[in-house]
Design a protein around this ligand. Structure first.
Ligand SMILES: Nc1ncnc2c1ncn2[C@@H]1O[C@H](COP(=O)(O)OP(=O)(O)O)[C@@H](O)[C@H]1O
Ligand SMILES: [Mg+2]
Length: 339
C-alpha cells in the first residue's frame, strides 16, 4: 500500500523568503502525524503545497501514490483540508454548508444526504446542524470544518493548527475525534505549535524550524535521542549573561553533566542535560551557592519535545515563538520572574 502522504525535498520561496527549504515526510494510513514548529517555520506553506493551493518550486508530493503536481484534481479527491482560519457564511446552517460542500465534490445526491447525517452525528453536531453557523462557538465551528473536510471520505485529513484558540473542552473533543478517525484507517497530518498537542496525539512527529525538518520520529524516540534526565536550571533573572556563562563552565565540569545550554533569550537561564543521578540537583545547587550564583528556580524532568527542539536549535519553542511574534516585552517577563 502506498503511503497516504509522501513529501520529498519540498522547497518553496516567496520572493526573498525561503518559506520551505527542505521538508520530507511520510504519513501512513491510520497514522496521526504531527508537524511541530514555531510560527513562521513553514508549516502552513507545506500543507498548502500538499493540498494544491500553492505550487512548490521543487520536490515531489504524493497522496496515496498520486502525484499532486501531475494530477491535482485526483489528488484533491483523496485529501480533506481544514485550514487554520475559516470564515464560513454566517447565514447558512451547518447542514446547508455541508450540502454545498457535497455539491462542490460532486457527491451523488442519494449518497450525500446519508453521509451528511453521519458526519453530523460523528461530530456531535445534532443540536447545531440546523442553526445558522453565525451562532456557533469556535469549538462548534471547528467541528463543522472537520465534518466538511471529511465529507468526501478522503484518505488523508490535513489540519492546520486544529485547536488554536479553543478552550480545553473543545480541544479534547477534537483530540478524541481525531483518535477515532485514526482507528478507522484515515491518515491525519496536522500542524501545531503546541508541544502537548503533538505529544498527546501524534504517532510520529517532524519538528520543523526555518523551513527545514530538524528531527523526525515517534515522540518517545525523539526524547530518548536527547537522552538523560534534563535539568532545567534558571539563574535568577538579573544575572548577566557573563554570570550564566561562568556557571555553565563550572557545571560542565561535573561528570554527570552531559551538556549545558545557555539560554540568553530567556532571562539567562541554563538548561542542563544530566545522567540520571539522585543527588544531581543538590550538588548543582550547592556548587552555585558556593560560587555566589544563587538560582531562581531549579527543576528536573524527563525530556520533552521542547528539549528535542532546544537540542537541535539552541532555543526553546517558546523563545522561537516570541522571536517570531517580535512581541517580547522584557519588562513584563522580568515581572513574571519576580513572583
Ligand atoms: N504568501 C506569502 N507571501 C510571502 N511570504 C509568505 C507567504 N506565505 C508565507 N510566507 C512566509 O513564509 C514563512 C513561513 O510561513 P508559514 O508557512 O505560514 O509558517 P507557519 O505556518 O509555520 O507559521 C514565513 O516567513 C511567512 O511570512
Ligand atoms: Mg501556519
Amino acid at each position: 500500500m502506498p503511503a497516504a502522504v509522501s513529501i520529498e525535498k519540498l522547497q518553496k520561496r516567496f520572493g526573498n523568503v525561503e518559506a520551505v527549504k527542505d521538508v520530507s515526510l511520510q504519513v501512513q494510513p491510520g497514522e496521526i502525524f504531527g508537524l511541530l514548529g514555531p510560527n513562521g517555520a513553514g508549516k502552513t506553506t507545506t500543507l498548502r503545497c500538499l493540498c494544491t493551493l500553492s505550487t512548490p518550486d521543487s520536490g515531489s508530493i504524493e497522496v496515496s501514490g498520486i502525484s499532486v503536481l501531475d494530477n491535482p484534481k485526483l489528488a484533491r479527491q483523496r485529501l480533506g483540508y481544514v485550514a487554520q482560519q475559516v470564515a464560513p457564511d454566517k447565514v447558512l446552517t451547518g447542514r446547508e454548508l455541508l450540502q454545498l460542500q457535497a455539491a462542490l465534490y460532486h457527491l451523488p445526491k442519494s449518497f450525500a444526504g446519508d453521509r451528511i447525517s453521519k458526519m453530523i452525528s460523528l461530530l456531535g453536531l445534532e443540536a447545531w446542524a440546523d442553526k445558522r453557523s453565525g451562532t456557533y462557538s469556535g469549538g462548534i465551528l471547528k467541528r463543522l470544518d472537520l465534518a466538511m473536510g471529511l465529507l468526501h471520505q478522503p484518505d488523508v485529513l490535513v489540519l492546520d493548527e486544529p485547536t488554536v484558540g479553543l478552550d480545553i473542552e473543545s480541544r479534547s473533543a477534537i483530540w478524541d475525534f481525531l483518535r477515532q478517525l485514526k482507528a478507522s484507517g484515515t491518515a491525519v497530518l496536522l500542524t501545531s505549535h503546541y508541544l502537548e498537542e503533538v505529544d498527546a496525539l501524534a504517532d510520529r512527529v517532524a519538528i520543523i524550524d526555518n523551513g527545514t525538518v530538524i528531527a523526525a520520529g515517534t515522540p518517545s524516540e525523539l526524547k530518548d535521542r536527547v537522552g538523560g534526565d534534563r535539568v532545567t536550571l534558571r539563574i535568577r533573572e538579573f544575572t548577566s549573561v557573563e554570570e550564566a556563562n561562568q556557571a555553565s563552565v563550572m557545571l560542565a565540569q561535573f561528570p554527570f553533566v552531559q551538556e549545558v545550554i545557555v539560554n540568553s533569550a530567556q532571562g539567562n537561564s541554563l538548561n542542563l542535560v544530566v545522567t540520571p543521578q539522585s543527588d544531581a540537583l543538590l550538588t548543582i545547587q550547592q556548587a552555585l551557592k558556593e560560587a555566589g550564583l544563587p538560582t531562581f528556580g531549579i527543576s528536573q524532568s524527563r525530556p520533552s519535545l521542547d528539549d528535542v527542539y532546544l537540542a537541535a536549535t539552541g532555543k526553546t519553542l517558546t523563545d522561537a515563538e516570541l522571536a517570531a511574534a517580535g512581541s517580547r516585552d522584557p519588562k513584563a517577563e522580568r515581572k513574571q520572574n519576580m513572583r
